[in-house]
Ligand binder design. Structure first.
Ligand code: PMP
Length: 361
């Protein structure tokens, strides 16, 4: 029999929700000398002790990793100050979030989230069989928690609270989140996505652990991709009460965190790496202030960012500005017709973007 033509397409039906999905377009890979400010990555090289841990773990990759990532889970539990039974790890927090939804969403359940927000939210919602319900962020890029509370229906199963919000940057305030949680039914899961937590300096930001203690329907989502610079290894985690945590774990991919990632993440949470990480994050926060101030001085309206990126609402000029930035050697993330998100990177990269931005005022 002749080999099947790999180019001929099958008649296997895709689930309607999957066939209709828009692609998740990641930040372009830089060619040549371009600066990459399009994926909110950490511009510093891997933490010294993390790199050493990865190198020494490399000799063991013929073996399966620890399926339950026991040492990593215990390390995270000690680091954040919760019980190990409250920690679920996964292949990046985006995978953990997918497992959270898969654990609780029944077909047709509503998943409520702000928009514009993290572009994986609608995708994960569709994959889990949920129905997306979106509530616009305010003109200054903040989550509109009162409007989100008003949008909760009898079908709402999950609410996603992104703080700081990707791509606009502001955090929700503790009192706003408290008021929101006071009115959301206790059988609705509220995910507090803190991917950019370590960059937050606003004293009004919520203390997610206190929120979790007060509200067992809360799941806190964190990652080592941003502040810890482990984006390429994929380690994220959820904090939840033990029964929910067990459900998320049950929905997770077996061996979901690979061996190198487990060893790297354990090293990243030890004191030497913590100190190095904190220095890098402080420098990036200082750069964030410098970049946001400079943009405002140029006349841009920059939302109050607490993350490692800034948002410029460039509207109809978005594609054009992004193309001009690429031509100038700086990759930014355009959201067609809305704006561009620009990560805080190396000082020279930030300067290159500031020079470009000045010519667009
Ligand atoms: N949540 C938010 C708000 C994000 O911006 C990101 C990364 N873009 C993630 C989660 C996922 O990060 P990771 O899967 O690398 O942990």
């Amino acid at each position: 029999t002749p080999a099947a033509d790999p180019a001929s397409s099958s008649t296997v039906p895709l689930r309607a929700a999957i066939a209709a999905l828009p692609a998740y377009v990641p930040g372009a890979r830089p060619s040549g000398t371009a600066w990459k400010l399009s994926s909110n990555e950490n511009p510093y090289p891997p933490l010294t002790s993390v790199l050493a841990a990865i190198q020494s773990a490399a000799t063991d990759v013929n073996r399966y990793p620890d399926m339950y990532a026991t040492e990593l889970v215990e390390t995270i539990a000690g680091h954040v100050g919760v019980d190990a039974a409250q920690v679920v790890v996964g292949n990046g927090s985006v995978a953990v979030l997918q497992h959270v939804l898969e654990a609780v969403v029944e077909p047709g359940d509503e998943v409520l989230f702000p928009w514009r927000s993290f572009e994986a939210y609608p995708i994960i919602t569709a994959v889990s069989g949920g129905t997306p319900v979106t509530v616009p962020v305010t003109a200054d890029g903040r989550l509109d928690l009162p409007a989100m509370a008003a949008a909760v229906t009898g079908r709402t199963r999950v609410v996603l609270v992104c703080t700081p919000n990707n791509p606009t940057g502001p955090v929700v305030h503790a009192d706003e989140l408290d008021a929101f949680l006071a009115v959301v039914p206790r059988d609705v899961l509220v995910v507090v996505d803190e991917a950019y937590l370590e960059f937050v300096r606003d004293p009004q930001a919520p203390d997610a652990l206190a929120v979790l203690r007060a509200h067992p329907n809360v799941v806190v989502l964190r990652t080592l991709s941003k502040a810890y610079g482990l984006a390429g290894l994929r380690v994220g985690y959820a904090l939840a009460e033990p029964r929910l945590a067990a459900g998320i774990r049950a929905a997770s991919t077996p061996f979901g965190v690979n061996h190198l990632a487990q060893r790297a993440a354990i090293a990243a949470l030890q004191p030497p790496a913590q100190a190095e990480m904190a220095q890098h994050v402080d420098a990036l926060v200082a750069e964030r202030t410098r970049v946001a101030d400079a943009l405002r001085e140029q006349g841009w309206d920059v939302p109050a960012t607490q993350a490692n990126f800034v948002w410029l609402a460039t509207g109809e000029r978005t594609a054009e500005l992004a193309a001009a930035a690429t031509a100038a050697g700086v990759l930014v993330r355009p959201f067609a017709g809305e704006g561009v998100r620009v990560s805080i990177g190396e000082v020279a990269a930030n300067d290159a973007f500031l020079a470009l931005a000045a010519t667009w005022r």
